[in-house]
Design a protein around this ligand. Sequence first.
Ligand code: GLN
Length: 255
Amino acid sequence: MADALFDAVPATSKGTIRLVHLYPKEMSIYGDLGNTRCLQKRIEWHGYTAEVIRHAPGNPFPEAGHLFIGGGGQDSGQARVVADLERNADTLRSLAAAGTPMLMICGMYQLFGNAFVTVEGKALPGLGILDVTTQGGAKRMIGPVVLDTVVGKVVGYENHSGATTLAAGQEPFGRVVRGYGNNGEDGTEGARTGNVIGSYLHGPILPANPALADLLIGLAAARATGRPFEPETIADAVADEARNRQVRRLLGSAG
Ligand code: GLN
């Protein structure tokens, strides 16, 4: 039987989008690999070609990437990638300053900040692309999350001991409706500077929140082709229903 979704994709590609997954081996837990798969599929469903580059520590840095993503990891995983991040810090900072879209989850979000100080007091230097600082603590912040963001309600799952503080003037990614967010105290979640987004939300976040995936793809498509994003209509009813149910369940109304 013909698949309506695939029928919607034109025979010719609208352009190639290079998607870079930073450190998939060291930094990709709680399903964060699903973000890469989601982006790859949605890029194709929108009629573009997806080229996925999995960047490992020590490899030549894929600076021609159009969209960069990174996931969560153990403190030990973070320690294994900091040297490579430091080596490529100037490149990543220039890409971020030039408007390259990036989504960094949990452990990679912490490393895109100024520093992550582990619970043992070891300071891992960050890139300083997001003006945030993270302090590891004894208490883990675990559970489902609902946020208010620029793309509407976003749902996900958090599991971190690091408590993140935004510097004055640093925009959060979202406001916590349910969950802990950056630190369980100030109601902020994640951070956003230009087109760089950091967030604690696993889930993975993108399949559950297609509007966020398409925000990133739209920015990447414009950078890749020099033309405005030309989206296709994608059937997101299942993702939308799953997200709405999580919102209703957590906010306590019938559903
Ligand atoms: N080390 C971090 C923390 O626990 C990262 C956790 C994660 O990426 N899931 O705060």
